[in-house]
Design a protein around this ligand. Structure first.
Ligand code: PGA
Length: 250
């Protein structure tokens, strides 16, 4: 089954609206010819509107980096799925390890956010991955299976076919340490098998599983050559238009 590669930029807490616009202006001509991969830019909530306007008619999609599961309410500082939709976002990163680590997000919260994204027609980019301690204790597979199981509770298989998952080993994020293509390939295989057990083969074959964690122009193609890897979620190397365009083009 052929899945169209997807390359997503996670800009984290970088780039003001003006800087985000500047990025898009430089980036668009660099990827104007490519049709191989889908591209999703995920700026901070405050820069979403500027990026949506800047990518208009380019085929590039825009996503949030996080959202609350409620559609509205007294949740100071949060962004709701309705707000993401209204500003023109089509995707949303859910359960990034930085959200789990610094903002105490649990698997159960990730599950609520996924159900809410589906209800509101946003494509979730669901992040999972083991910490260094978990890997060294031989628990990688167990952790991934648990994170998948809780995240996907109550999801209807048909709605999952458009899901994007991202395998992001926590020890590889922002560290310059990348999982080897073989390590990542094996983790992706475990994730897809778990999705098949939970939601059936059809959904498992359709879901795109991205690799994330120190993806750079020089390691992107080795990772992408793994049959189980359907693209990349890129942090640091997505901040520069040229380096991100090279990853899109690998
Ligand atoms: P990195 O971040 O590419 O800077 O390692 C990836 C991510 O956090 O999604």
């Amino acid at each position: 089954m052929s899945r169209k590669p997807l390359i997503a930029a996670n800009w984290k807490m970088y780039k003001t609206p003006a800087q985000a616009e500047e990025f898009v202006k430089k980036f668009l001509p660099l990827v104007a010819e490519q049709t191989r991969a889908e591209i999703v830019l995920c700026p901070s909530a405050i820069s979403l509107a500027a990026v949506v306007a800047a990518v208009k008619d380019s085929g590039i999609a825009v996503g949030g980096q996080n959202m609350h599961w409620a559609e509205e309410g007294a949740y100071t500082g949060e962004t709701s799925p309705l707000m993401l939709k209204a500003v023109g976002a089509t995707h949303v990163i859910i359960g990034h390890s930085e959200r789990r680590q610094y903002f105490s997000e649990t698997d159960e919260m990730v599950n609520q956010k996924i159900l809410s994204a589906v209800k509101n027609n946003l494509t979730p980019i669901i992040c999972i991955g083991e910490t260094l301690d978990e890997r060294e204790a031989g628990k990688t597979e167990e952790v991934l299976l648990r994170q998948c199981q809780i995240a996907l509770k109550g999801v209807v298989p048909e709605s999952a076919e458009s899901f994007v998952m991202a395998y992001e080993p926590v020890w590889a994020i922002g560290t310059g340490r990348t999982a080897t293509p073989e390590m990542a390939g094996l983790a992706h295989f475990h994730i897809r098998s778990q999705v098949a057990r939970l939601l059936g083969r059809k959904a498992a074959d359709a879901i795109r599983i991205l690799y994330g964690g120190s993806v750079k122009p020089d390691n992107a193609s080795a990772l992408a050559n793994q049959p189980e890897i359907d693209g990349a979620l890129v942090g640091g190397a997505s901040l520069d238009p040229l380096s991100f365009s090279k990853i899109v083009d690998y």
